[in-house]
Design a protein around this ligand. Structure first.
Ligand SMILES: [Zn+2]
Length: 384
C-alpha cells in the first residue's frame, strides 16, 4: 500500500479535486476510431492484488484521455501532471511504433493491435492484463515509492515497453493451429515464466537503445530508479548485480510439488530470467575477428521475434536456444557469414550454460531437495 507524504510525481493526488483536462467521453472523440494507442485515467483507484483488485478491476480501463498532437510534454506552461500524462502517451506510442515498424507484428486474426493503458492506478507495480471475455488486454501503471516520492511507472520507457512486450509474448507464443490446447502465451511459472520475463526484458532493452547505434553506449539496466533505494531493477549485462543468476549452474530449481504463487515469485520467474537475459547481452556485444559487432539491434530484434513464434506455453530455455538458432538459419540463409553468425549465437547461449539438452533430472531433484531443506531452516532464497 502507498502511505505517507509524497511529492507529486503524477496526478494521483489531484484526482479528487481537479478534473483532468484530457478526460473526454471516448464515444465523442472523432480521433478514437483511428487510434491504436489509448490511454485511460484510472483515477487513483486501488489495484493492489488483493480483494480490492477484484472490486476495482470492473472500473478498468478508466476515463479516456485525449492528447492533442500540437501539445508536447516539454511545453513550459504545462503542469507536472500534464507532463507525466503526455510522457506516458509518448512512451506507449513509441512502443507501438517499434512493434509495428521494426518487428512488423500483426495479430494472428488480422485485427488491428490496440495498445491500451490505464495510468494513475493505486498500485505499487506495473503490469499487463490478459484479455477476458468482457475486457481487452491492457497494461496498468501504478507508482513506485522512491525515498518518499511517488514515481509513475508509465513515465519510464523501458517499463512501459516491458509490459507491452508481455502482451506481444501472449499474442505470439503458442498461437497457431499446432497449439491444440488453445492456450496463449507462456505459462507464467518456473522456466517458461522466466522466458516470458526475459523476452519482455530483451525487447525492452532493444527498444530503449534502438536509436543508439553504438552498442558500447547502450544502457543495459531495466527500471532505473524503480528498484530498491532508487536503483535499477535488473541489468542484462550483469544480472548478478541485482541478485539474479547468470549461468545455469545457479538456476533456482523448485520442487515439482511446489505451487507457483506470488510469495515464491511464481517459481522464480523474475529470478532465473537473468540467465536468459545475459544471452541477449552476449549476442549483442559479440564481435568478429576484426573487432566489429556481428549483429545490429534490428537483426537481433527480428531473430528473437521469429524465435518467439516458434515457442510454446511450456517452452524452456533450451527451446529458446533451438528457436533462436532456427530463426537465424532462416534469416541468414543467403548470408556469406552465416556460419560465423550461427556460431556466435551458439556461444552466446553456451556461455550461460544453455544448450539444446535439458538439465539432468538428478540435478533438478538435488537442487529441489536443497531448496526445501534450506527453506525449512528459514532461509528465503536458497539458490545461489
Ligand atoms: Zn514482467
Amino acid at each position: 500500500m502507498i502511505q505517507g507524504n509524497f511529492i507529486q510525481a503524477d496526478c494521483i493526488h489531484r484526482l479528487s479535486s481537479l478534473m483532468c483536462p484530457h478526460e473526454i467521453e471516448e464515444k465523442n472523440d472523432a480521433e478514437a476510431e483511428n487510434l491504436t494507442v489509448k490511454i485511460y485515467n484510472f483515477g487513483g483507484r486501488d489495484l493492489e492484488e488483493t480483494d480490492d483488485f477484484s472490486k476495482n478491476k470492473k472500473f478498468l480501463p478508466g476515463k479516456y484521455l485525449s492528447f492533442k498532437p500540437d501539445i508536447t510534454y516539454l511545453d513550459a506552461n504545462l503542469s507536472g501532471c500534464d507532463k507525466q500524462c503526455l510522457k506516458a502517451h509518448t512512451n506507449v506510442t513509441n512502443v507501438a511504433q517499434f512493434i509495428n515498424d521494426v518487428l512488423q507484428h500483426t495479430s494472428s486474426n488480422g485485427e488491428e493491435v490496440i495498445y491500451i493503458s490505464s495510468i494513475n492506478c493505486k498500485l505499487n507495480n506495473a503490469g499487463w492484463l490478459k484479455p477476458l471475455s468482457d475486457r481487452p488486454a491492457q497494461t496498468i501503471f501504478g507508482q513506485c515509492n522512491v525515498n518518499g516520492q511517488l514515481r509513475s511507472y508509465a513515465v519510464a520507457q523501458d517499463m512501459v515497453a516491458h509490459e507491452f512486450f508481455h502482451g506481444l509474448n501472449y499474442q505470439t507464443v503458442g498461437f497457431d493451429s499446432l497449439e491444440r490446447s488453445g492456450r496463449h502465451g507462456f505459462d507464467y511459472r518456473g522456466e517458461s515464466g522466466s522466458l516470458d520475463e526475459s523476452y519482455a526484458d530483451i525487447f525492452a532493452i532493444l527498444f530503449s537503445n534502438y536509436n543508439e547505434l553504438n552498442i558500447q553506449q547502450w544502457i543495459w539496466e531495466i527500471g532505473q530508479g524503480f528498484g530498491e533505494e532508487g536503483r535499477p531493477i535488473r541489468d542484462l549485462s550483469n544480472p548478478s548485480k541485482y541478485n539474479q543468476p547468470e549461468h545455469m549452474d545457479h538456476y533456482c530449481y523448485y520442487s515439482p510439488l511446489e505451487r507457483a504463487e506470488k510469495h515464491n515469485d511464481w517459481l522464480g520467474v523474475h529470478y532465473n530470467s537473468g540467465i536468459h537475459n545475459k544471452v541477449a547481452y552476449n549476442l549483442l556485444t559479440c564481435k568478429n575477428a576484426s573487432g566489429e559487432y556481428i549483429f545490429d539491434a534490428r537483426t537481433v530484434a527480428i531473430i528473437f521475434y521469429l524465435a518467439l513464434k516458434d515457442l510454446r506455453p511450456t517452452s524452456l530455455f533450451k527451446d529458446s536456444y533451438i528457436a533462436v538458432q532456427q530463426a537465424a538459419k532462416t534469416l541468414f540463409r543467403n548470408d556469406p557469414h552465416m556460419r560465423e553468425k550461427l556460431k556466435a549465437i551458439s556461444e552466446a547461449f553456451k556461455k550461460v550454460g544453455i544448450d539444446d539438452s535439458s538439465p539432468g533430472i538428478l540435478k533438478r531433484i538435488r537442487y529441489a531437495i536443497l531448496r526445501a531443506w534450506s527453506r525449512s531452516r528459514g532461509h528465503s532464497r536458497t539458490c545461489e
